[in-house]
Design a protein around this ligand. Structure first.
Ligand code: SF4
Ligand code: MG
Length: 329
């Protein structure tokens, strides 16, 4: 593991007028080539901040980033020279997010935008770049690519634009693709097609994928492994089957109860009580304790470290993880 991505001890703090905001704490991640890791959690849990840290995009006033290690395909992101890290973006590592329309240039044809990647990074001629752009559109399933390559972003549907954004992201054969809520703005059918596309490209190009989502259905569809985030920390890791069938952390269990169960559609939904914590004033001990049905004095006093359960990559940060989560509480 760790061929595509290795993160150790990532802390990110935003300094605000109201105090230090700990957005990410102690995050470790490993993604092997060809593997999909889903980072799952509510908004504000630190998923996107983690992604931007990996891309080397979190820098500047108001941000403090500390990490023992961030490596993408072996390249040092934390200790690397800014110029080297910039060159890795869009080639060795790529980021796709939800809003394809704002990511594309409205006044350039799709062919010019895709072709530019080859002209800038590979020194391709205009003619070569156009031919590569057509091939890319074909790769991501755009019908009639040799005609559509001349069209502009607004001439495509939302789903097709997301395909184009993904084409741009994989143009140079990245070792790591980060997809941050890539299907959130799309309807369910199109969503499934985009997830299929990401999975096909993962297999064909052998890249590691870090998929960020708040949607358990998306996680179930694509993940090999899942890391659940809460209040800036990873609180549980495991294979997708372990996480969905036998969550070890009460937050994961609560998350599962809050969405429709395809296997058991009659079950009433139970939203997670309370609301995500204010990061400027985190609860003592376990950050989940005000919302947790099992919280006791130990939970309120002491923060639970994340510990291995059955295996080293099956972990949970809960004082009572070994006792198992009763799905009915
Ligand atoms: Fe709940 Fe305690 Fe586990 Fe936190 S440590 S999730 S409060 S049981
Ligand atoms: Mg986000």
């Amino acid at each position: 593991p760790g061929d595509a991505l290795r993160v150790r001890g990532l802390d990110v703090t935003f300094t605000t007028r109201r105090g230090d905001l700990p957005a990410v704490r102690g995050v470790d991640l490993d993604i092997a080539a060809g593997e999909v890791l889903v980072l799952l959690g509510e908004s504000g849990s630190g998923k996107s901040v983690t992604a931007r840290s990996v891309m080397g995009l979190l820098d500047g006033p108001g941000v403090r980033l500390d990490a023992a290690e961030i490596r993408v395909a072996g390249h040092d992101i934390v200790g690397g020279r800014p110029d080297d890290v910039r060159r890795l973006r869009g080639s060795t590592m790529s980021l796709v997010f939800q809003d394809a329309l704002s990511a594309l240039n409205p006044v350039l044809s799709i062919g010019d935008q895709l072709g530019e990647v080859y002209r800038l990074h590979r020194g391709a001629s205009r003619r070569q770049a156009r031919a590569e752009a057509v091939e890319l559109l074909r790769l991501v399933g755009i019908p009639a690519p040799d005609r559509r390559v001349r069209d502009f972003p607004h001439q495509f549907s939302g789903g097709m634009r997301q395909r184009i954004l993904i084409a741009m992201a994989v143009a140079l054969g990245p070792r790591l693709l980060i997809a941050d809520e890539p299907t959130t703005a799309l309807d369910v059918t199109v969503q499934a097609q985009i997830l299929d596309l990401i999975d096909r490209l993962r297999a064909e190009l052998g890249m590691g994928v870090l998929l960020i989502t708040h949607d358990l259905g998306v996680a179930a569809e694509l993940a090999d492994r899942v890391a659940v985030m809460y209040a800036g920390r990873i609180v549980e890791t495991g294979t997708v089957a372990e996480i969905l069938d036998a969550p070890a952390h009460p937050y994961t269990a609560a998350l599962l109860r809050s969405v429709p169960d395809l296997a058991d559609p009659g079950e009433p939904l139970r939203p997670i009580p309370g609301s995500p914590p204010n990061l400027l004033a985190l609860p003592t001990g376990c950050a989940f304790h005000p919302r947790c049905p099992r919280a006791d004095d130990t939970c309120r006093a002491t923060r639970p470290p994340r510990r291995p359960l059955a295996r080293a990559d099956r972990t949970a940060a809960c004082h009572h993880a070994e006792e198992g989560v009763d799905a009915t509480v």
